[in-house]
Design a protein around this ligand. Structure first.
Ligand SMILES: [Zn+2]
Length: 113
């Protein structure tokens, strides 16, 4: 099962696609998708230790970032339980529904570098 973790870099990149490619190389070839200049999604095959693994690699490379598990897969059909709005892929615990402000919850990590 493919899980996703969200990486938020502290320094925004001018070229988010190039940044995604360098992050992918850093992660050992994991698929990385740029959401914007500072938010990236890293696809991992097993989420169990994924957050720690990604954080370790970023720390090793000296990159300051926050790494969190995404919450979309925790909700039925990836939808808000109150209004049915689709939950964006990169949302993590504490993000709220754009439609009804329902606050999504998931595992929280203290992974800031
Ligand atoms: Zn909602």
């Amino acid at each position: 099962m493919v899980e996703v973790v969200c990486v938020r870099l502290e320094e925004a990149s001018v070229d988010s696609q190039a940044q995604a490619e360098s992050l992918s190389a850093l992660m050992g070839g994991q698929s990385v998708k740029a959401v914007d200049g500072e938010t990236f999604l890293v696809y991992v095959s097993d989420s169990r230790d994924a957050v720690e693994e990604v954080t370790d690699r970023l720390n090793y490379a000296g990159i300051t970032a926050f790494v969190e598990e995404t919450v979309r897969s925790l909700y039925d059909d990836g939808e808000c339980p109150d209004c049915g709005e689709d939950i964006p892929e990169h949302y993590t615990s504490g993000d709220s529904c754009v439609n009804c402000e329902h606050v999504f919850t998931g595992r929280v990590h203290e992974n800031g570098v």
